[in-house]
Design a protein. Structure first.
Length: 82
Protein backbone atom coordinates (compact mmCIF):
# COMPACT_ATOMS: atom_id res chain seq x y z
CA UNK A 1 0.00 0.00 0.00
CA UNK A 2 1.13 3.51 -0.80
CA UNK A 3 -1.07 5.65 1.43
CA UNK A 4 -4.11 5.57 3.70
CA UNK A 5 -7.10 7.92 3.83
CA UNK A 6 -8.96 8.12 7.12
CA UNK A 7 -11.70 10.21 8.70
CA UNK A 8 -11.81 11.34 12.31
CA UNK A 9 -14.28 13.77 13.88
CA UNK A 10 -15.50 14.85 10.44
CA UNK A 11 -12.00 15.68 9.11
CA UNK A 12 -10.10 13.72 6.45
CA UNK A 13 -6.47 12.65 6.83
CA UNK A 14 -3.92 11.25 4.39
CA UNK A 15 -1.01 9.14 5.67
CA UNK A 16 1.93 8.23 3.44
CA UNK A 17 2.94 4.66 4.28
CA UNK A 18 6.66 5.20 3.66
CA UNK A 19 6.24 5.12 -0.11
CA UNK A 20 9.34 5.38 -2.28
CA UNK A 21 8.25 8.41 -4.33
CA UNK A 22 6.02 10.17 -1.84
CA UNK A 23 2.44 11.32 -1.53
CA UNK A 24 1.53 14.92 -2.31
CA UNK A 25 -1.40 17.25 -1.66
CA UNK A 26 -2.23 20.26 -3.84
CA UNK A 27 -4.74 22.78 -2.52
CA UNK A 28 -7.15 24.92 -4.54
CA UNK A 29 -4.67 27.84 -4.40
CA UNK A 30 -2.04 25.83 -6.26
CA UNK A 31 0.22 25.07 -3.30
CA UNK A 32 1.73 21.58 -3.42
CA UNK A 33 3.36 19.88 -0.48
CA UNK A 34 4.67 16.43 0.37
CA UNK A 35 2.95 14.38 3.07
CA UNK A 36 5.39 13.28 5.79
CA UNK A 37 5.68 9.48 6.13
CA UNK A 38 3.52 7.91 8.86
CA UNK A 39 2.10 11.30 9.91
CA UNK A 40 -1.66 11.75 9.30
CA UNK A 41 -2.03 15.01 7.36
CA UNK A 42 -5.39 16.76 7.14
CA UNK A 43 -6.73 17.54 3.69
CA UNK A 44 -9.88 19.17 2.37
CA UNK A 45 -12.37 17.72 -0.13
CA UNK A 46 -11.23 20.34 -2.67
CA UNK A 47 -7.58 19.20 -2.49
CA UNK A 48 -5.91 16.99 -5.09
CA UNK A 49 -3.96 13.93 -3.94
CA UNK A 50 -0.96 12.79 -6.00
CA UNK A 51 0.97 9.54 -5.67
CA UNK A 52 4.61 9.91 -6.72
CA UNK A 53 6.46 13.07 -7.72
CA UNK A 54 5.86 12.81 -11.48
CA UNK A 55 2.11 13.53 -11.33
CA UNK A 56 1.19 10.36 -13.26
CA UNK A 57 -1.29 9.26 -10.59
CA UNK A 58 -3.46 12.23 -9.60
CA UNK A 59 -6.81 11.91 -7.84
CA UNK A 60 -9.50 14.31 -6.76
CA UNK A 61 -11.19 12.88 -3.69
CA UNK A 62 -14.93 13.22 -3.18
CA UNK A 63 -15.74 13.32 0.52
CA UNK A 64 -18.85 11.40 1.57
CA UNK A 65 -20.68 11.57 4.87
CA UNK A 66 -21.21 7.81 4.89
CA UNK A 67 -18.97 5.15 3.29
CA UNK A 68 -20.30 3.18 0.33
CA UNK A 69 -21.91 -0.18 1.04
CA UNK A 70 -19.69 -3.23 0.73
CA UNK A 71 -20.40 -6.86 0.08
CA UNK A 72 -18.38 -9.94 1.01
CA UNK A 73 -17.13 -11.99 -1.92
CA UNK A 74 -14.70 -14.87 -1.40
CA UNK A 75 -13.63 -13.42 1.94
CA UNK A 76 -12.72 -10.01 0.48
CA UNK A 77 -14.68 -6.79 0.71
CA UNK A 78 -15.84 -5.42 -2.63
CA UNK A 79 -17.25 -1.92 -3.08
CA UNK A 80 -20.78 -1.87 -4.45
CA UNK A 81 -20.86 1.85 -5.17
CA UNK A 82 -18.36 4.66 -5.40
Amino acid sequence: MHARISCKDGAFYLTDLRSEYGTWISDNEGRRYRVSPNLPTRFRPTDVIEFGADKKAVFRVKAMKYPPKTTKKDGNEVLQAV
